[in-house]
Write a protein that binds this ligand. Structure first.
Ligand code: C2O
Ligand code: CU
Ligand code: CU
Length: 530
């Protein structure tokens, strides 16, 4: 026990010096020169491995296994968490922590209204926690950060696994040994969700090493629309990483996971110099001259992207947004660029028939520089023959209008300030995360206004139910704030009001920064529902 206390103190001191310096620099120099919520400052790790030229590696599509069993309204999947050596950079092997041996993990496809059960078996050497991001999930399956699943073959004690955490008191999680069954009722509308590790103190490291995958939810409303489907419906997980000379992943945290946190230069968040899409560096994908649905996810620990098509199609506005975190928009929105903060999803349709046959369309990152300015490329088929494409983007997408949350009916306004506090590190309302302590309580079925205030770059995520953005800095929502959101980008000095209503499940849920290093260094809070 004594050792834990000392580690806890170290962790605070570590943060107080490291992060405060970074914050000072970030806010004073870069942030003032940029539009709010543009791009967080911070240097990236430099890979030591030789990097391939962009647009050589084909885009992988993660496998989408059929359920093991489908019975009585339940679809059951099995995932084994294990190390795997993957060829990410051509010719090198990278040891990843995977779901079923791939990165991204398998894409799970569920149908709204049918329960999905995922059995996870932990064959890794450290404890894990799985969270379904975007899921409307009861607490016991939501990936509460101390509900550890201990490795199948290890003697690691729960106490050792929690070493270095501050303020745990007598709190302990619901511990499983070897395997855990997560149950998702899927009483929610179609959306692009993702699952990833959520262990207290180590989420950044676990996700960086490969623990992330897509979970897609379909429903009648989505399927009734003539949106692109099959091989023209592609999930794209965009992340940055950095690699050591031998191909292993570079991460500035404790490799033995005995103490959380990252080295001093990276307390603002860990960024790499290689962009991976579905696990491949700057990949290329051959497309027909037709419409494609691209489900974009920024799965990075901290990097923001501002995506643009190069060249843009004649007439511009090539990125037609049909959905956001929480599913279809009411109406499509046409963009030239899309900004994605960590954890956010944008469901878009790109019509490649607007391009001449044979055009090579790059997806660029306008927030990047050098290697991080390239993302991937779509090579439009050179064939001049017309392709069959009966996909459409109707003017009206979601049938249920947005009357759903009326901010005028809000019963309370709660303010959450995301800031760095010298003593406690990255905090919400001055508090470092402590499991079991709720910052607020919300009554199921009532609407509240949650006011997020930020003095730095934070990507703010709320579990359990999505929200609607009511205002940004006292004005109308920004161009990327539309629809049902569960994650929202914030820049220095910003205030965002959202309307939220929790339903169905009582218990403790989380609200946190999705900059995974901020999250690990305690920028997380519980809220409880009753
Ligand atoms: Cu995507 Cu609480 O996380
Ligand atoms: Cu979540
Ligand atoms: Cu943050």
């Amino acid at each position: 026990m004594g050792a834990n206390v000392i580690r806890g103190i170290d962790r605070r001191r570590f943060l107080a010096t490291g992060a405060a310096a970074v914050i000072g620099a970030g806010v004073a120099t870069r942030a003032t020169a940029l539009a709010p919520a543009d791009v967080p400052p911070g240097g990236a790790l430099r890979s030591k491995a030789p990097l391939p030229r962009p647009y050589q590696v084909p885009l992988p599509i993660p496998p989408a296994p059929r359920p093991l069993q489908t019975a009585g309204g339940t679809d059951t999947f099995q995932i084994v968490q294990r190390e795997a050596k993957l060829e990410i950079l051509p010719g090198l092997r990278t040891t990843c922590w995977t779901y079923n041996g791939t990165f991204p993990g398998p894409t799970i496809i569920s149908r709204s209204g049918r329960r999905t059960v995922v059995r996870h078996r932990n064959e890794l050497s450290q404890p894990t926690v799985v969270h379904l991001h975007g899921g409307h999930t009861p607490q016991d399956s939501d990936g509460y950060p101390i509900d550890l699943t201990m490795p199948v073959n290890s003697r690691l004690s729960v106490e050792d696994a929690m070493a270095g955490m501050d303020d745990m008191g007598e709190t302990h999680g619901n511990i499983a040994y070897g395997e855990r069954t997560y149950t998702y009722p899927m009483q929610q509308r179609a959306s692009t969700m993702w699952y990833h590790d959520h262990r207290m103190g180590y989420t950044g490291s676990a996700v960086w090493h490969g623990m992330a995958g897509f979970h897609l939810l379909t429903d009648d409303e989505d399927e009734a629309l003539a949106l692109p489907r099959g091989e023209r419906d592609i999930p794209l997980m965009i992340v940055d990483r950095a690699f050591e000379a031998d191909g292993s992943l570079m991460y500035p945290g404790d490799p033995n996971m005995h103490s959380p946190g990252v080295s001093r230069n990276h307390t603002a968040g860990v960024q790499g110099d290689v962009i991976l899409v579905n696990g491949a560096p700057w990949p290329v994908h051959r497309v027909q001259r037709g419409r494609y649905r691209l489900r974009l996810l920024n799965g990075s620990n901290v990097r923001y992207f501002k995506l643009a098509l190069d060249p843009p199609p004649p007439g511009g506005k090539g990125l037609v947004q049909i959905g956001s975190d929480g599913g279809l928009l009411e109406r499509p929105l046409r963009h030239d660029t899309l900004r994605l903060a960590p954890g956010e999803r944008f469901d878009i349709v790109v019509d490649f028939s607007r391009y001449r046959p044979g055009t090579k369309v790059r997806v660029l990152n306008r927030f990047g520089s050098r290697t991080t300015a390239d993302v991937m490329r779509f090579d439009v088929s050179p064939s001049t023959r017309a392709v069959h494409d009966d996909a459409r983007v109707p003017d009206r997408l979601a049938l249920r209008a947005e009357s759903v949350l009326d901010p005028a009916k809000a019963v309370a306004t709660r303010t959450f300030e995301f800031r760095h506090s010298g003593r406690a590190g990255w905090t919400i309302n001055g508090e470092a995360y402590r499991p079991g302590r709720s910052l607020t309580r919300a009554k199921l079925g009532t609407t509240e206004i949650w006011r997020f205030k930020s003095v730095f770059f934070h990507s703010i995520h709320v579990h359990l139910d999505p929200f609607r953005v009511v205002s940004r800095n006292g004005k109308a929502p920004g161009p990327f704030d539309h629809g049902w959101k569960d994650t929202i980008a914030m820049g220095p000095g910003e205030t965002v009001d959202v309307a939220v209503r929790f339903t169905d499940y009582t218990g403790h849920f989380m609200l946190h920064c999705h900059n995974l290093e901020h999250e690990d260094m305690a920028m997380m809070a519980d809220f409880s529902t009753y």
